[in-house]
Ligand binder design. Structure first.
Ligand code: ASP
Ligand code: MG
Length: 439
């Protein structure tokens, strides 16, 4: 059994949808996990924001406009009247449901019900499309097996048992379709795995069924060695270890949801990144094997805030770090990067929601300085302890740029550097020239 996940752009138009048929109908047993059509979840989120602001009429108008767009897609998608009619009916049902929620009070739960519509629509369309084409498939609703616990983490036991039951009820169909992103929470309510979570659904499902491979299909041929939006002549990386892929995904490579590496690593399931526009491209294969190369890739993560805490009382004292970290724990704010000296500590966060409270609480420990609009540059490569002479190229490349923090030695396969976001493009380009001169 394999798991194939197709992202929003892979189902973004009627043509893209149809292009999936030969990819799916390749005679292997598979679970197909779909995202919502590109732009849909954003539009549903905007609708929910209007709803939450009490702008129900605007929300309704947006919903109506979207319903019309969907009907246009359906007209282009289906050749037969039978399946086209079924699809029109299903879309109407979904958009009417959203409108019916607008007549109720806004709640987080109603918002999640709205956000779930995109994946419900795309999967039904694929099921109808395959049926119209004469390819047998089964639709297994994710809400029947996908569940998160009270911390928002996948409930693996529940998922495995329930998916097993769902699959046992399916006769030997080769193609099983399900929704990415959506799930139930501990109360049994509709919830989701957070934005971009369809990749996560795919690897959770892969782990639950012990899949032979998980394929993540997007609109780019795998992980690149630098960000193609800012740097020319980037190259696709053929193979990465789980750890390397997790670092790259976390530090900005948009191709894969960072959490999605975990379930695959846990069960040692290879993850292959493929391009729906260029299906014959090899893409990137992520496995437990690591092939050490000095430098493999560079990625950048924006929206970082740095906090510098200085206290002379820190000199030769113990318990300081704990006191500082407790503040971040209290505000449920993860820390990305840390560097310390004898009397000061710098750290970065990417979620500034509780920044004001955090700074206030840290005030009792020392002086706090805050700087926003920072970027973490992550260089993935071979940084095993004891290795001689690998990093000079990084710092030569960044010679002309103010470097704010360097984290070396925390990971065997990455070095992180903090810079001003305004220096990012220059930094990425000059790193490519130095680290990947052959490209
Ligand atoms: N449709 C969801 C989103 O846009 C999930 C996904 O595409 O991965 O966030
Ligand atoms: Mg995605």
């Amino acid at each position: 059994m394999k798991v194939y996940k197709f992202g929003g752009t892979s189902v973004g138009t009627a043509e893209r949808f149809r292009a999936l048929i030969p990819l799916i109908n390749d005679d292997t047993n598979k679970i197909v996990v779909l995202s919502a059509m590109a732009g849909t979840t954003n539009a549903l989120a905007e609708m929910s924001a209007l709803f939450s602001d009490g702008k129900k009429n605007e929300a309704k108008n947006k919903c109506e406009a979207m319903r019309k767009q969907y009907h246009t897609v359906i007209d282009a998608l289906f050749a037969s009247e039978t399946w086209s009619l079924k699809a029109h009916d299903y879309a109407d049902e979904q958009f009417l449901y959203i409108e019916s929620l607008f007549s109720r009070e806004y709640s987080r739960h109603n918002e999640k019900r709205i956000l779930a519509r995109g994946e419900l629509l795309s999967t039904v369309f694929l099921y109808f499309l395959l049926s119209e084409t004469g390819i047998p498939s089964v639709l297994v609703p994710a809400l029947n097996f996908m569940r998160i616990d009270k911390d928002g983490e996948p409930d693996y036991f529940y998922i495995r048992e329930n998916l097993k039951r769902e699959l046992a009820a399916v006769n030997d169909e080769k193609i099983i379709i399900t929704q990415g992103y959506i799930c139930r929470n501990v109360f049994g309510e509709t919830d989701n795995l957070r934005r971009g979570g369809s990749d996560y659904s795919a690897t959770i499902i892969g782990a639950a069924v012990g899949a032979e491979e998980v394929q993540i299909w997007t609109d780019i041929s795998g992980f690149h060695n630098n960000d193609p939006r800012y740097v020319e002549n980037t190259r696709v990386i053929r193979s990465l270890s789980f750890d390397e892929a997790a670092e790259l995904a976390y530090f900005g490579a948009k191709i894969l949801h960072p959490s999605s590496v975990n379930p695959a690593r846990m069960k040692n399931i290879p993850v292959r990144l493929k391009n729906t526009m260029e299906p014959s491209d090899e893409g990137t294969l992520v496995t437990s094997a690591s092939i050490p190369v000095d430098y493999k890739a560079v990625a950048a993560k924006d929206g970082i805030t740095v906090l510098r805490i200085r206290s002379d009382r820190m000199l030769m004292a113990y318990g300081f770090m704990r006191r500082i970290f407790e503040v971040f724990e209290a505000y449920k704010t993860p820390i990305d990067m840390i560097t310390t000296s004898e009397v000061s500590l710098s750290l970065t966060i990417d979620d500034p929601t509780s920044l004001e409270d955090i700074v206030k609480s840290l005030g009792s420990i020392g002086n706090v300085e805050v700087e926003r609009e920072q970027t973490i540059i992550c260089v993935v490569g071979d940084f095993r302890p004891g290795k001689v002479g690998s990093a000079p190229e990084i710092f030569e490349a960044l010679n002309e740029i103010p470097v704010k923090m360097i984290s070396y030695g925390g990971s065997e396969n990455s070095v992180s550097i903090l810079i001003n976001t305004s220096d990012k493009t220059v930094a990425l380009r000059s790193l490519s020239l130095k680290l990947f001169p052959e490209a």
